[in-house]
Every structure is written in structure tokens, then in C-alpha cells.
Ligand binder design. Structure first.
Ligand code: NAI
Ligand code: MG
Length: 341
């Protein structure tokens, strides 16, 4: 059996790191038949459209995509493709794990293993913004939170926790001040939590949460929150484990999911075979887990972790003095993977 999956190589370092990832996946024991389609600057140059219909059709058909980073040119009226894809497929979950990997410098000694589930479509990211008057003396952003939108992200987080044996969910809000929007999200959380007695549930106000995550991240396991707080706290969580170098992410909707690295297209090092493909490889680990290839996912993660921990075959962002190329890193991961399989 083989899985047909959409591959968007992306811009900048995207083609190099996705190529390395596809190569590694050939040794994962899972057969993938990639449908390669172009978006972003690459597509703009070829088809005069940064998000060709072909990309939408491909994801619509295959329901799973692995996406390289896309460049969003600043100041040229070109919408963010990432946001457009989230909206198109109603990818309401942004799932961001933050995990300690040996060999990556961070402030903490003991292993951190957190997952943030961020609501991805509502509130301040829906683009309902305007100036109140023509002199631009005041501006307004409208952030709508719905019961349906809250329920589906919170339920997703609980189902995930239950399925993967995670112990606890902390819902993060600001319901003391945002009594309506925050209050609604919290109320829905308390209701959904009742259906999952096997998962512990608590909630925290966002400012306190930010402090607690820095002081003692070990008290948390899974975190579910609204869009803006999730945006901030997921980067904070990456900071706890040494930055974005090893940070994968998934955008998930009902029966459709798109996996990517959290970092961008790194134009400064593009085309030099220097980029670290670990984050997008870890995104492909999430993808394997999502399609139910749990054993292959575990082995791939182990292989990546081993190469990083050994430190002999790491890219320049990890070791400035002694580094290997993107391709050599991939070969080292393949070597470990072949030993495991
Ligand atoms: P960036 O993440 O591309 O780069 C920031 C710094 O980190 C650079 O010095 C870069 O060389 C380094 N870096 C990033 N990924 C790396 C990797 N895998 N290996 C080694 N070094 C790496 O962020 P920046 O410069 O703010 O954005 C560049 C472009 O990427 C922009 O057009 C931005 O809109 C886009 N972007 C796209 C994202 C996506 O498609 N999901 C996410 C973030 C930014
Ligand atoms: Mg962000």
C-alpha cells in the first residue's frame, strides 16, 4: 500500500529540506507517492499566481500535505499563502510540540515535552480590521470566538491526549477581562472536559501562564488556547527547548492536514546545502503519526534525535565549526533509520 501525499517544496531552503525529507522517508518503511505542486514565489514566477488552483485541487484530493516554507514578500500585495491554505481547508488546529532534544542548547536540564494546540482560524486572525475614521485616529480589530470553533479545537486536543496517553490539558484564557470571548472558550472547555474523565483538566490565565511556563514548564503537558495566545505561547514553548531549529507544526482540519516546519524560507542560506532539515523531518514524523504509521514515526524521530545527540553530523546552525551539509545530515539519519528497521 502506498499513500498519495501532496508535496509543496516551497521557497528558499524549502526545495533542499523537502528533498532531504522525502529521501529519508524512503527508508521509513512507509511507501509514499508524492504529488509535487508549487506554491509561493516559485509559483508566482511560473504561473503568475502564488497559490495556483492545482495546489488546492491536489490537497483537496489527497487530504494530506507536507509543505516547505513559503516566502511572503513584504509590501507587495500578495496574501499570505499559509493563511489562505488554513482558510481554504478550515485547518482549525495548529499543533505545535516543544520537546527537548539532546545536543540542542536550551536553558533547562531536564526533558521538556509539551504540545500546544492553538485555535487557528478565529478571533484576531480573521482579518476584520478597520480604521474608525478617515484621519486614522483610531483602529479596531474584531475578534470573534464561536462555540463551534472553540468546541472543535478543544475536542481535538482532548481526543489527541486520550489517544496518545497524555495526562493533562491546560486551557489558557483571559476570561477575567475578556468575559465574553474568553468566558465562552473557558465554558466550552469545562463542558468538553467532562466527557474525558481520563484526562486531567485545569485552566490558567494567560499572563500567569507565561510566567509559569518559564518558571516550571514541567507542570504542563498539553495546552489548548485561542489564536493570539497560542501564537505567542507556542513560540515561547519553542524558546524553552532551544528555539525554532527543531520545531515542527501541523495545521489540521476535519480529515485534512498540512505539515510544515515552523521556521521560514531562510533566503540568506538558500541553495547552499547548509539548511537544517530536522524541523521539517520532525513535521514528517507528525505526518506519519497522523496517518497511523506510529512505528515508522517513532523510528524516524529516534533516528533524527540520535544524529543530533551525537553531534558529528549536524548542520551549521547547530555547530558553527564542525558541520555537514543538508544532504549529509539526511544520509546520517538514513543510516540510523536503516539500523532501527
Ligand atoms: P526564517 O526562519 O526564514 O530565518 C530566520 C533565521 O534562521 C535566518 O538566519 C535563517 O538562515 C535561519 N534558519 C531558518 N531556518 C533554518 C534552517 N532550517 N536551517 C538553518 N538555518 C535556518 O525567518 P525570516 O527570515 O523571518 O523569514 C524569511 C521568509 O520566510 C519570509 O518571507 C517569511 O514570510 C517566510 N516565513 C514562512 C513561514 C512558513 O512558510 N511557514 C514561516 C516563517 C517565515
Ligand atoms: Mg507565530
Amino acid at each position: 500500500m502506498s499513500y498519495r501525499i501532496t508535496l509543496i517544496p516551497g521557497d528558499g531552503i524549502g526545495p533542499e529540506i523537502t528533498k532531504a525529507t522525502a529521501k529519508v522517508l524512503e527508508h521509513s518503511g512507509v511507501k509514499i507517492d508524492w504529488e509535487v505542486v508549487e506554491a509561493g514565489v516559485a509559483a508566482l514566477e511560473k504561473y503568475h499566481d502564488p497559490l495556483p488552483q492545482e495546489v488546492i485541487d491536489s490537497i483537496d484530493k489527497n487530504r494530506i500535505a507536507l509543505k516547505g516554507p513559503l516566502t511572503t514578500p513584504v509590501g507587495k500585495g500578495f496574501r499570505s499563502i499559509n493563511v489562505a491554505l488554513r482558510k481554504e481547508f478550515e485547518l482549525y488546529v495548529n499543533q505545535r510540540p516543544a520537546k527537548t532534544y539532546k545536543g540542542i542548547k536550551s536553558l533547562y536540564f531536564d526533558n521538556i515535552d509539551l504540545i500546544i494546540f492553538r485555535e487557528n482560524l478565529e478571533e484576531f486572525y480573521s482579518g476584520i480590521e478597520h480604521y474608525i475614521d478617515s484621519s486614522r485616529s483610531a483602529a479596531e480589530t474584531i475578534g470573534i470566538i464561536t462555540k463551534r470553533g472553540s468546541e472543535r479545537i478543544i475536542r481535538y486536543a482532548f481526543n489527541y491526549a486520550k489517544k496518545h496517553g497524555r495526562k493533562k490539558i491546560t486551557l489558557v484564557h483571559k476570561a477575567n477581562i475578556l468575559k465574553f470571548t474568553g468566558g465562552l472558550f473557558l465554558d466550552v472547555g469545562e463542558e468538553v472536559a467532562k466527557e474525558f474523565p481520563e484526562v486531567q483538566f485545569d485552566h490558567k490565565i494567560v499572563d500567569n501562564m507565561a510566567m509559569q511556563m518559564v518558571m516550571n514548564p514541567y507542570q504542563f503537558d498539553c495546552i489548548v488556547t485561542t489564536n493570539l495566545f497560542g501564537d505567542i505561547l507556542s513560540d515561547l514553548a519553542s524558546g524553552l527547548v532551544g528555539g525554532l531549529g527543531m520545531a515542527p507544526g501541523a495545521n489540521i482540519g476535519d480529515g485534512v492536514a498540512m505539515f510544515e516546519a515552523v521556521h521560514g524560507s531562510a533566503p540568506d542560506i538558500a541553495g547552499q546545502n547548509l539548511a537544517n532539515p530536522a524541523a521539517i523531518m520532525l513535521a514528517s514524523v507528525m505526518m506519519l503519526e497522523y496517518i497511523g504509521e506510529v512505528k515508522a514515526a517513532m523510528n524516524l524521530e529516534k533516528a533524527i534525535a540520535k544524529v543530533i545527540a551525537e553531534g558529528k553530523n549536524v548542520t551549521k546552525d547547530i555547530n558553527q565549526q564542525n558541520y555537514v551539509s543538508t544532504d549529509q545530515f539526511a544520509d546520517a539519519v538514513i543510516n540510523e533509520l536503516d539500523n532501527l528497521n
